[in-house]
Design a protein around this ligand. Structure first.
Ligand SMILES: [Zn+2]
Length: 274
């Protein structure tokens, strides 16, 4: 078995601990103390060299939450990934999701993303799996029944996802110094998009695994390229004009960028004259 399979199916204590927050801080400490030593994703050329980690959204962006939109979930997740990519050579690459729906049932890694982010019904607030070789390794789940917010609020997704992604890349809880990876969850250190940060203890812990460096976050672009906007918009505009008998499409029906420029120019000129 690969060395990093040791912790492949162990859940982080964060979410279970967080769910017990109101009940007992002692349980927190116990849960955290029982955690294994985290190991990172493969880094063939050793600390300080690039690590490539794929991620995907299993069902996080399916619109199941009233207070947070899919765009906000995506933006917060990317911000959290950028925080971890700022201090170590970890490169997060979004891929199209594949694999089973989010659950804690083991599955084969196959070619699914290493970190799959989704929600599920669960008693805990969230959970995350340490790096490993099976499908669940690296996966992050948040609870479906929590009113997650992005801005100021008790259930701050930005802080939660930053913490959980820390586990997903191999970090344990920080038990001494202030850290995003503290097992207790203050809920109010981040105020909204753009307010995320890591503490020195978080950065040191990450660099102990991966070395010092700078990584990257490469999301899939969900939006059409600007030129596509232009052509689609131009096509609709052309149809509008055609419908009003003010132009004829070419026999092939193809609208080129050049003809679009001409059309827009004529249209704007006509409007300007009014
Ligand atoms: Zn945790």
């Amino acid at each position: 078995m690969a060395p990093n399979s040791v912790t492949e199916q162990r859940r982080s204590g964060f979410c279970r601990a967080a769910a017990l927050f109101a009940g007992s801080l002692v349980l927190f400490a116990n849960a955290a103390a029982a955690e294994p030593i985290g190991l990172g994703w493969p880094q063939p050329n050793g600390p300080g060299s690039p690590v490539y980690i794929t991620y995907s959204y299993s069902n996080l962006l399916d619109g199941s939450f009233f207070l947070t939109s899919p765009d906000e979930f995506r933006a917060a997740t990317e911000e959290a990934l950028r925080l971890w990519a700022a201090y170590a050579p970890v490169n997060f690459i979004e891929v199209q999701d594949s694999g089973p729906p989010p659950s804690d049932s083991p599955y084969l890694a196959d070619h699914h993303a290493q970190i799959r982010i989704g929600h599920q019904d669960m008693a805990d607030l969230a959970n995350a799996y340490y790096p490993g070789v099976d499908g669940l390794a690296g996966d992050v789940h948040i609870a479906t029944g929590i009113p997650w917010t992005i801005g100021e609020g008790h259930w701050n997704f930005l802080e939660a996802i930053t913490h959980e992604l820390g586990h997903a890349i191999g970090l344990e809880h920080e038990l001494v110094e202030p850290a995003i990876m503290n097992p207790s969850y203050p809920f109010h250190r981040f105020q909204g998009l753009g307010s995320g940060f890591l503490f020195p203890a978080d950065i040191r812990a990450e660099q102990r695994i991966y070395g010092v460096g700078v990584g990257s976050v490469q999301p899939l672009d969900p939006s059409p390229e600007p030129t596509t906007y232009l052509l689609v918009g131009g096509g609709l505009f052309a149809l509008f004009l055609a419908g009003r008998g003010r132009m004829r499409l070419s026999p092939s029906g193809v609208l080129t960028a050049a003809s679009l420029t001409s059309l827009v120019g004529r249209r704007m000129t006509r409007k300007h004259r009014r």
